[in-house]
Design a protein around this ligand. Structure first.
Ligand code: ADP
Ligand code: ZN
Length: 730
């Protein structure tokens, strides 16, 4: 029976709160009644907490003991669509409902009014003295005509500090005003002209637009090599959503990419989209949350948590770089934003576009199976062609063990420098050196709280744990044998590679892109923009530079250690390495000059390395799919990880073994359990972690079985349990 949409005073309602209680609690509707989905304040023991009216009350308590809702908050009720999405997401990920609800109420525009803040726009005056920084500010303002910016936005877009803008304010060249409360988002205009699309792009965008116009659910895998114009194409799907009066959400994996993207959206639709990410202030979040709910924010770009915003009429979700591992949330609620995007779209009748140059095997398999439509862009836009790929066989380069740039690579970089082009050296390791070893006693410095080595970050003069973020000053003496001056850096990190590059090419301008070196994301962005403009000859970087940046004059990418991802037993390692290498190679040759990517490898005959070199995407995926099918793992089978964590390893193994023995609920659905074994990250923040893996056939009702199975375990000795459906590593 469908619950009513409105509850009159004193009728029983079930209220879901974000408190870990397991289920909704009964209350009496307040005087004046309340809507289904209303945000309410309720008493809970001695406290007052916020919750959402989730349904009719059960009435299975003593009626006289049931308390009343204190008040209905001044916020639009949560729509049926979002409540249903949260329930289904909770069921899929086996997350308790309160924890899931928390994701959707993080900035619920409840309570305090947004504070007044200043906005900035072009004034009449001219600065007395023109500097580069000042010119950039004025250019930014000129470019966007009559738009206003916050101080932070203007500073970021111009790559200057706030004081430069304040200086311009004093001179009347920039006007500072109080922002009106709830500054409305500018209307987006989908009828502004798009770029002139190529034939391929036009047919791809027509297909996506038709999907959006149909007003029904559907998922399309938009595959296209880097630089083929995927963004241009999916912006036309956004236009189609706007034209049919629906909202669009674009998820991006990396916040560093959003600036470029914001500009592109603004250029296409004449206004900025709403930006939702963890760096946003509470005030900004409240405002966006409200505007999204009212439909005034028509396009939202954001990180994975934007999926939980209260859209009024969502018609399209784009997941850009859909293969990116950062879409998987690995703490708290364990969910994959790509999969949740598909779930939400299927509930609200929206289209999903999964865009990537190197799709995940999951999406590839769904396309093969006909669940997703597949659209391809096969060539780069304009004169740019795909880079030539080559291997450098490190077995015959005779490199000393503390150097990483091979003579062959050196010669290739020299050639680019002579031609005035840029070269990039890529290494997927942050910091200076991955290992700090005592030459006197052999001790390797590890993290006190995690099962991980401390990584030297020379620029920060600290040792940092990449697992938990703990850091300490670089010690003078070995913490184990206390001998002085014997600690040595072993292996390369991006900073060390930067040092080697400076020594090899003393005349060149070397830019090491390590986030350590830039105090803020803004500074890093400014640096990247400068490099794109030609401020460096050699760029040294990690993953940070592999993602989406456009360096038009870059013609050579040298991958220092192409074998790095192939070690270890993770079944996804091949896929990861393949994707990463293709992405990195994709940085080369984006404009007129043709690009080359060279992989330094000790295993030039490894099947993955060969597939990368041959550019045989389809062949690679087929081979990889074959292996996974054979092993019965995702996407051809289902998996879940059960992570037990706690201070005492023995207690964890006890609990794990008990679970492994009591596997009847799993066997009932044909699932098998493996383990317990130390988890891939065996200790984090002082808590040990032990994992069991469960494997089942694709069609098995795994969640139900898991829920029954796990419920048998009585948690004691501070043992905690987390279920990870579709784990990233297996
Ligand atoms: P992808 O998202 O596939 O990497 P982009 O959409 O970013 O590709 O396109 C790469 C570059 O080519 C961008 O600078 C983009 O503006 C440009 N571009 C792509 N298609 C067109 C087009 N039809 N007209 C003009 N410029 C285009
Ligand atoms: Zn640590």
């Amino acid at each position: 029976m469908k619950p009513p949409e409105f509850f009159h005073a004193n009728e029983l309602v079930a209220v879901m709160t974000t408190q870990p209680l397991g289920r909704a609690l009964d209350y009496k509707a307040p005087e004046g009644g309340c809507h289904m989905g209303a945000f309410v304040e309720v008493p809970l023991g001695p406290r007052k907490v916020i919750g959402v009216v989730w349904g009719a009350g059960q009435g299975d308590y003593d009626l006289s003991k049931i308390r009343s809702v204190i008040r209905v908050l001044d916020a639009a009720p949560m729509r049926e669509e979002l409540r249903s999405f949260l329930s289904r997401a909770a069921a899929y990920t086996l997350t308790p409902m309160p924890a899931m609800l928390r994701l959707a109420t993080r900035a619920p525009g409840l309570g305090d009014p947004p504070s007044m803040r200043k906005i900035y726009r072009r004034g009449e005056g001219e600065p007395d003295r023109m500097t580069d920084a000042r010119r950039r500010v004025l250019e930014t303002l000129a470019e966007y005509g009559d738009l206003s910016f916050t101080l932070k936005e203007l500073a970021e877009m111009s790559g200057v500090t706030a004081s430069v803008i304040k200086g311009l304010v004093t001179q009347g060249a920039v006007l500072e005003q109080d922002s009106p409360r709830d500054l409305p988002f500018m209307r987006m205009d989908p009828s502004l002209p798009s770029k002139e699309l190529t034939e391929d792009q036009a047919s791809a965008s027509a297909l996506l637009a038709a999907g959006v116009a149909s007003g029904t659910y559907g998922t399309t895998l938009l595959r296209g090599v880097t630089g083929s114009g995927k963004t241009e194409v999916y912006l036309e799907a956004v236009a189609a959503a706007l034209k049919s009066g629906r909202q669009a959400l674009v998820l991006l994996p990396e916040i560093a990419l959003t600036e470029q993207f914001l500009h592109r959206v603004q250029a296409r639709f004449g206004a900025k989209p709403a930006e939702w990410h963890s760096g946003a202030t509470m005030t900004e979040r409240r405002r966006i949350w409200k505007m999204v709910g009212q439909g005034q924010a028509q396009v939202v770009i954001g990180a994975r948590s934007a999926l939980f915003l209260p859209f009024q009429n969502l018609g399209l979700i784009v997941v850009d770089e859909e293969h990116d591992t950062s879409y998987k949330q690995e703490e708290g609620v364990l969910y994959n934003a790509r999969d949740m995007a598909v779930l939400r779209a299927s509930i609200c009748g929206a289209q999903v576009v999964l865009a990537s140059a190197t799709p995940s095997l999951e999406s590839w398999a769904n396309a093969e199976a006909g669940k997703y439509t597949r659209v391809e862009l096969t060539s780069r836009f304009g004169p740019a062609v795909m880079p030539t790929m080559g291997a450098i066989d490190m077995r015959s380069e005779g490199l000393p063990s503390d150097k990483w740039v091979s003579p062959t690579l050196k010669v290739e970089v020299d050639k680019r420098l002579e031609r005035g082009e840029q070269a990039m050296l890529f290494i997927n390791r942050r910091g200076y050196a991955p290992v700090t070893l005592c030459r006197a006693c052999g001790h390797q410095i590890g993290c006190d709280h995690c099962d991980a080595r401390m990584v030297e970050h020379r620029y920060l003069k600290r040792l940092v744990c990449h697992q938990c973020g703990e850091s300490k000053p670089m010690p003078e003496v070995c913490p184990s044998c206390e001998v002085e001056g014997k600690l040595a850096a072993v292996g390369p990190g991006v900073e060390r590679l930067g040092e080697e590059a400076v020594a090899l090419w003393p005349e060149a301008r070397v830019a090491t892109l390590s986030s350590d070196m830039y105090g803020s994301a803004r500074a890093l962005k400014a640096e990247i923009a400068g490099i794109a403009d030609g401020a460096a000859d050699i760029i040294i970087g990690t993953q940070l530079v592999a993602k989406g940046h456009n360096f038009p004059n870059l013609t050579l990418v040298g991958v220092i250690d192409a074998d790095l991802g192939l070690m270890g037993s993770d079944l996804r390692a091949a896929e990861r390495t393949y994707q990463l290498m293709r992405q990195v190679a994709g940085r080369a040759g984006r404009a007129e000059a043709p690009g080359t990517a060279l992989l330094q490898t000790f295993q030039p005959d490894h099947p993955v390395i060969r597939a990368i070199l041959a550019g045989d995407e389809e062949g690679f995926w087929k081979a990889e799919a074959g292996e996974r099918r054979h092993a019965g793992v995702p996407p051809y089978g289902r998996m879940a990880g059960i992570i037990l964590s706690g201070p005492d390893v023995a207690a964890l193994f006890d609990a794990g073994n008990q679970l492994a023995r009591q596997d009847a609920p799993l066997r009932a659905v044909g699932a098998q359990v493996y383990g317990p074994a130390p988890a891939p990250i065996a200790r984090v923040r002082g808590r040990h972690r032990v994992r069991l893996l469960v494997k089942a056939e694709k069609a098995a009702p795994l969640q139900e079985a898991l829920a029954k199975w796990v419920a048998q375990l009585r948690l004691k000795n501070d043992v905690r349990i987390a279920v990870d459906i579709d784990p990233q590593s297996f």
